[in-house]
Design a protein around this ligand. Sequence first.
Ligand code: MGD
Ligand code: MGD
Ligand code: SF4
Ligand code: MO
Length: 696
Amino acid sequence: MKAKTIIQNGAVPTLCRQCDHRCGIDVHIQNGRIVDLTGSAASPYSRGHICAKGLAAKDLFYHRDRLLKPLKRNPDGTFEEISRDRALDEIAERVSQIKHEYGARSMGVWKGEAVGFFQQLEYPRRFIHAFGSPNYFSNDSVCFNSCYLGYRLVNGFWNNSPEFEHADLIILWATNPPASHPHFMRWIQAARKRGAKLILIDHRLNRIASKADLVARPLPGTDGALGWGLNRYLIETGNYDRELVEQHSIGFGEFSQYARTFAPEFVERQTGVDRRIVIEIAEEIIRNSPRVVIYPGVGLEHHENGVNTVRTLATLGCLCGSLDVQGGLTWAERLETHKLTLYDELPLLDQKPIGANRFPVLYDFRRECHSMTAMDHMLGKGEYPLQGLIITAANPAITNPNSNKVVEALSRLDLLVVNDLFLTKTAKLAHYVLPAATFLERSELHYHRKYHLVTLTRKVAEIPGVYDEYSLWRDLAYRLGFGEQYFPWKNEEEVTRWLLEPTGITVEELEKRAEGFVYKPVAYRKHESQPLPTPSGKVEFCSSYLKDLGLPEIPEYVPPRYIRDPNQKYPFVLTTGARKPLLYHSRYHNISHVRRVYPVAEVEVHPTDAVKLGIEDKEQIRVVSEIGSVEVQAKIVHDTKILPGVLEMAHGWVDANVNLLTYDNINDPISGFPLLKAVPVRVEKIECGPRSRLED
Ligand SMILES: Nc1nc2c(c(=O)[nH]1)N[C@H]1C(S)=C(S)[C@@H](COP(=O)(O)OP(=O)(O)OC[C@H]3O[C@@H](n4cnc5c(=O)[nH]c(N)nc54)[C@H](O)[C@@H]3O)O[C@H]1N2
Ligand SMILES: Nc1nc2c(c(=O)[nH]1)N[C@H]1C(S)=C(S)[C@@H](COP(=O)(O)OP(=O)(O)OC[C@H]3O[C@@H](n4cnc5c(=O)[nH]c(N)nc54)[C@H](O)[C@@H]3O)O[C@H]1N2
Ligand code: SF4
Ligand SMILES: [Mo]
């Protein structure tokens, strides 16, 4: 591969974008080759930290399977290399045909986790709106939005990078930072050194459990009952922020009325958590108020009622007085740049954004279309057909629920374009595959809201024939006739200059200071002098906004389906996707040293269940849900690791894809999130064939 680095020898300071934390790093170059990445001590955010995923960015950059030329799929399924100009010309022609035959809205774009959250995610949105279609999809149909909406509906914002280091109590709720957010651990450890308490709420014991002061292990999907139980305890004992309730909130009366049901005994029956532990957690919250950080993880999101569960965490944060206090539920302020989105100029609501009718809250607050509903439109079961899709930085054939349906839907498209580093499972379905640039090959703005810090990443290297995200959307827009109007900037640097115009900060200044600028001093208790960004401007214990949409105004608790309506055919409950430190969704599996650590996919089984099922460690078994089945190796774990009756299986594996089992059509009514973390399943032994359902 003929990569060209921007310097021949030395170190280039930039930010890692292997996950959204963007730790400060130095990229070391020798004789025009990237030889190492190290954590940059100058970064106020990460202070020298780099994790194993960051380090492996070099392996992905130079990976021998990286796509370097556009590919076109032949009718027999093989791919041929073609020039970029030809690929983009042909794609533009097919896009125009789709518009002509079905209308602009039959085209969509989809961005994945590997690009975002600042300008990278706005390019495809801008592109598709300028084209005349509202249909922008992303991984956020299954990530982040349930937490975001839960907090947004109660107090107007969610801070996903809280001030752990200033907290007196940290509650990690359905999250596992050593695997998922490793650099959080530095802040958590700093708080612990000061004497802060740590509570873990997870049915599965992770590395944090041995350090925690208290662990609660609710049955998957029952967290809402625990959330209510804690809210109730604070209300009934009178230990809540009365000033906030009286002056800055609405709906407290109905909320406290509903809370009455959730006495510790009731919570214990719902969740399996001992009532004394429920009380102990509540007492810890009271003792340590207001500096309490409650951090919700993705384990709360992938459920039928996840947003309402998250709402109970947000109300708890407000009741204990942590709203916008240091070491609490802080309200970060934005950097007011120009905006790439076109929603004001081109709302396109009359074009019926896919999923906006089904999940109006998702569309209203996030301007996101619903990716699971998109599959129905591709399969001809929607209000209108979706005929073409351009995907960048995502692998939905593996990461979206009900993978068989995803593959069938993507295969029906008249045009599928995938922009990726590798020929992934999704890319293999595409008519055209374009070689994508890694973060080391692009420059972008980023801000760490926690410190109000704005930074500019550096383009460290270039590979001939490989183009950045901006070039993809700009070059297509020009071919479709709206480039000059909507993508007038020559390159990414010009975009960045334009974005920064209203801020008074220049590209030159940012280039000189790799560690970034503080764009605004951090201030607290802002809700005392300005309205919160909720519909009423106040904390909303009940939401009339939701009521007007026919949704429950109180964050009601609904027991999970496997408890509400148990099905003897599927006696186990499967949780999926607990993060592994070295794997990232479907990424990293193709790096040899990672593969040595994780040679095969596994499903964790409690030893008691293993005995009942007659299965051995490392035995290949079949896990079956109503949606599908998958063969996978059993890993019999220590009896304290997970709860009996619960299985856990990682996502992201091509050869043992857990999303063959998950539901795309059981959704949270507010966010539309699918049921990925409380899937009723059964286990079958493989050598006996599917008829021997051992647990029946
Ligand atoms: N190494 C690595 N890091 C990642 C990622 C990755 O793929 N790999 N992905 C990134 C992305 S996009 C995201 S969204 C974040 C997610 O980051 P986290 O939210 O921290 O996700 P996990 O590490 O999977 O932790 C989720 C925890 O929830 C638990 N859990 C599952 N169901 C339930 C439940 O019903 N109730 C309770 N109380 N607990 C439950 C699981 O056992 C698990 O320990 O991670 C990011 N970081
Ligand atoms: N069962 C189950 N399923 C889940 C989850 C779960 O917990 N359980 N978690 C869900 C969550 S939270 C998320 S966020 C989604 C993630 O779902 P996706 O967004 O589909 O994530 P990835 O599998 O990481 O796919 C990213 C793709 O981008 C490519 N890529 C890497 N870097 C770049 C780049 O710089 N540019 C471009 N253009 N491409 C790049 C990679 O090769 C990869 O193919 O998965 C979800 N799926
Ligand atoms: S946590 Fe790891 S992968 Fe994420 S930005 Fe930091 S170094 Fe990169
Ligand atoms: Mo995610």
